[in-house]
Ligand binder design. Structure first.
Ligand code: PLP
Length: 394
C-alpha cells in the first residue's frame, strides 16, 4: 500500500483545490445495489442512430484511420457552419473559425486555458454543469459563482451579474438550455446579457450543447447570433446529447481567429486531433441525422410532460423545463437537505438522482432528475419517491 498522504502532498495545488464531481458519488453507491432506477445520468438512453453508426463503419472500410488536420476535417467544419447558419441564423464565422474537439469537455477546458491568466475572474451563473468552475480553476483563473433563483426560473439576471463584476472580470460563461435546471434563456433576456457583456467588454463562453433540445414555442437563441456578439463569443457545441453520441467524444468551438488560433495551439500539443471515426460520424449526423434527432426530441418531450406533472402531483414543485432533459424539483418542503434526500432515497427506495448542490451552493433545496430514461422507469421512480415521502418524510 502506498503512502497516500505523502503523494497527495506532492500534487498540484490547483488539482488539490477542486473537489471530485458530486455526481459520481451517487453512482458509486448505486453500483453496489440491485434494482436501482437511475434518474441520475445526463446521457441519452438511445443508441446513436444507425445511419450515423453506419457512416463510421463505412469510413473504416474506406480506410479512414489516420490523423486529421488539428482543427478537424474541413467537410465537418463546413457542415457545422452550415448548420448554425440554418438553425441559429449565425452568419459571419467560416470553417476556419471552427475547432473540432474531443467533446464539449475538451472545448471548455481549452477555451478557459486560452483566455484566463492568473487571477482573471470568470462569472459563472449557478446552478451549472459541474465542470465549469473546475476548468476555470485548472486554467489558473478564478471562477466567480453568480447564483440564480427559482423565482426567475433559474435564469441569471443582469442585476446579479452586475453585482459580481470587478476590475478583474474577464469573461462570462453561460449555459442555456441549462444543465441541471432545464431553463432556457429567451431572446429579450439574452440580449440584456449581451448588452452587459459589451458594457464590460467580456469574452462570453456560451455552452449550447443542449441548443438542439428545446420544447414548446420558445426556440433556442444562440448567443453568438445576437447582433455584434459573434466576435466576443466562444460558442461551444457538440454531438453527445442531440444525436445520442456521448461515447464518440466529439464537439467543437466557434470563435474569432485569435481565440481559435490559441485554442488550436493547446489542442495541437495535447490532443492533436479529434478521432477521425467520430468526425466522419458527425458529418453524417449533420447531413442526415435530423429526422432521428427530432424523433428522440419528441420522446423526451413526452417524458418531460409526464415527469413535470408527476413531481408537481407529489408536492415537489418544479418549474416546467424548456430545454435539455433535466427537471429540478424543489424539495424544501421535506425539510431534508438535497444531499440527505438523495442519499436516503437511494438507500431506501433505490432511486438514484443528483442533489442540487452538485451544481453549486444555490442548488440546495433542489434535486436534479434526468428524463433521458424510459417512461416506465420514470413512472416507477415516481412511485418509489411517493413511498419515500410517505415513509420517511410526511
Ligand atoms: N456541457 C454540458 C452542459 C453538459 O451537460 C455536458 C455533459 O453532460 C458537457 C458539456 C460535456 O459534453 P461532451 O460529451 O460533449 O464532452
Amino acid at each position: 500500500m502506498s503512502d497516500m498522504k505523502k503523494w497527495e502532498e506532492r500534487l498540484s495545488p490547483a488539482v488539490c483545490s477542486i473537489a471530485p464531481s458530486g455526481i459520481r458519488k451517487f453512482f458509486d453507491i448505486a453500483a453496489t445495489m440491485d434494482d436501482v432506477i437511475s434518474l441520475g445520468v445526463g446521457e441519452p438512453d438511445f443508441v446513436t442512430p444507425w445511419t450515423i453508426r453506419e457512416s463510421c463503419v463505412y469510413g473504416l472500410e474506406q480506410g479512414y484511420t489516420s490523423y486529421t488536420s488539428n482543427k478537424g476535417l474541413l467537410e465537418l467544419r463546413e457542415e457545422i457552419i452550415r448548420h448554425h447558419a440554418e438553425v441559429d441564423g449565425l452568419v459571419g464565422p467560416t470553417p476556419d473559425d471552427v475547432l473540432v474537439t474531443v467533446g464539449v469537455s475538451e472545448a471548455l477546458d481549452i477555451a478557459m486555458r486560452s483566455i484566463l491568466g492568473p487571477g482573471d475572474e470568470i462569472l459563472i451563473p449557478e446552478p451549472c454543469y459541474v465542470s465549469y468552475g473546475a476548468c476555470a480553476t485548472l486554467a489558473g483563473g478564478v471562477p466567480v459563482a453568480v447564483p440564480s433563483r427559482i423565482e426567475n426560473e433559474f435564469r441569471v439576471t443582469v442585476e446579479d451579474l452586475e453585482a459580481h463584476v470587478t476590475d478583474k472580470t474577464k469573461a462570462l460563461l453561460i449555459g442555456y438550455p441549462n444543465n441541471p435546471t432545464g431553463a432556457i434563456m429567451p431572446r429579450a433576456q439574452l440580449q440584456q446579457i449581451a448588452d452587459f457583456a459589451e458594457r464590460h467588454d467580456l469574452i462570453v463562453i456560451s455552452d449550447e450543447i443542449y441548443g438542439d433540445l428545446t420544447y414548446g414555442s420558445e426556440p433556442h437563441v444562440s448567443f453568438a447570433a445576437l447582433p455584434g456578439m459573434a466576435e466576443r463569443t466562444i460558442l461551444l457545441n457538440g454531438f453527445s446529447k442531440a444525436y445520442a453520441m456521448t461515447g464518440w467524444r466529439i464537439g467543437y468551438a466557434i470563435a474569432n481567429p485569435a481565440i481559435i488560433a490559441a485554442m488550436t495551439k493547446i489542442h495541437q500539443y495535447t490532443i492533436l486531433c479529434a478521432p477521425i471515426t467520430a468526425q466522419v460520424a458527425a458529418i453524417e449526423a449533420l447531413r442526415r441525422g435530423e429526422k432521428y434527432r427530432l424523433k428522440m426530441l419528441a420522446e423526451y418531450d413526452r417524458r418531460r410532460k409526464f415527469i413535470y406533472d408527476g413531481f408537481n402531483k407529489l408536492g415537489l414543485p418544479a418549474f416546467e423545463p424548456k430545454g435539455a432533459f433535466y427537471i429540478f424539483p424543489d424539495i424544501r418542503s421535506t425539510g431534508l437537505s438535497s444531499n440527505d434526500f438523495a442519499e436516503k432515497l437511494l438507500t431506501s427506495e433505490h432511486v438514484a438522482l443528483v442533489p442540487g448542490t452538485a451544481f453549486g451552493s444555490c442548488g440546495e433545496g433542489y434535486i436534479r432528475c434526468s428524463y433521458a430514461t424510459s417512461l416506465d422507469q420514470i413512472a416507477e421512480a415516481l412511485n418509489r419517491i411517493e413511498n419515500f415521502l410517505k415513509n420517511h418524510v410526511r
